[in-house]
Design a protein around this ligand. Structure first.
Ligand code: PGA
Length: 256
């Protein structure tokens, strides 16, 4: 697994953009974004669009490619699912695990998420473990408990030697797709809880060097303030990553 430049700008397209729309996006994005070696830019298209993304971004090693989810088994009778080894074979270097939409809509448990993280790591696909609290959990004062549990369980199936490769995305469930964004101070506190959980699960070095992204209604107008928050190493962007212009603006938010 490779080193990465911070900040990290990651686009999670969810169930948007088939192969044709993916090709169009990549063509436009390449022009608008230009080339910058001092940051990491990643895309998580739907898996059916992964080959189109690869083809359209040919020669652009700086545009990383990832899979939105994998099944926890290596193969078998699981209609519609893809495995970590298939994702690796298709050219994905990154893989999300535990996105709150997977947890909520598909019932992914902490144990399943842990296995997915482990499968990705075994295949050399760098896992991005997504964690985050619901509004009810936050209001009930359970922020730290929820984040600690999701991080510690999420890492539990990964070989100790590769745990430090895992990237984290703190995405408060109440901020995803709602237009509500965490205040920088709230994000800072949550990121500290994630880092503390990494310290308990791995060690001090891993906690200090852990890459922790923030996600939840990141837009061109708020990206800079969030990215300037100490302890925040990048952003995971949903709806604002769907147009080349707004995602390119986010990727350049710290430039002027
Ligand atoms: P959003 O999604 O930017 O549309 O809130 C973020 C995410 O779910 O990764």
């Amino acid at each position: 697994m490779t080193d990465l430049e911070r900040p990290v700008y990651a686009a999670n397209w969810k169930m948007h953009k088939g192969p044709s729309a993916t090709r169009t996006f990549v063509r436009e994005f390449r022009d608008r974004y230009g080339t910058h070696e001092d940051r990491t830019v990643l895309f998580f298209p739907p898996s059916i669009s992964v080959p189109a993304f690869r083809e359209a971004s040919e020669g652009r090693e700086d545009l990383g490619l990832g899979v939105q989810d994998v099944h926890e088994e290596t193969e078998g009778a699981h209609t519609s699912a893809v495995s970590a080894s298939m994702a690796a074979d298709a050219g994905c270097e990154w893989g999300l695990a535990g996105h709150s939409e997977r947890r909520r809509e598909f019932g992914d448990t902490d144990e399943q998420v842990a296995t997915k993280v482990a499968r990705l790591a075994e295949e050399g696909v760098r896992p991005v473990l997504c964690v985050g609290e619901t509004l009810e959990q936050r209001r009930a004062g359970h922020l730290e408990d929820v984040l600690s549990r999701q991080v510690e369980r999420g890492l539990s199936a990964v070989e100790p030697s590769t745990r430090r490769e895992v990237v984290f995305a703190y995405e408060p469930v109440w901020a995803i797709g709602t237009g509500e964004t965490a205040e920088p101070d709230d994000a800072r506190e949550a990121h500290r809880h994630v880092r503390d959980a990494v310290r308990r699960s791995v060690d001090d070095d891993a906690a200090e060097s852990a890459v922790i992204l923030y996600g939840g209604s990141v837009k061109p107008h708020n990206a800079r303030e969030l990215l300037e928050t100490p302890g925040l190493d990048g952003v995971l962007v949903g709806s604002a990553s769907l147009t080349p212009e707004s995602f390119a603006q986010i990727c350049r938010a710290l430039d002027d």
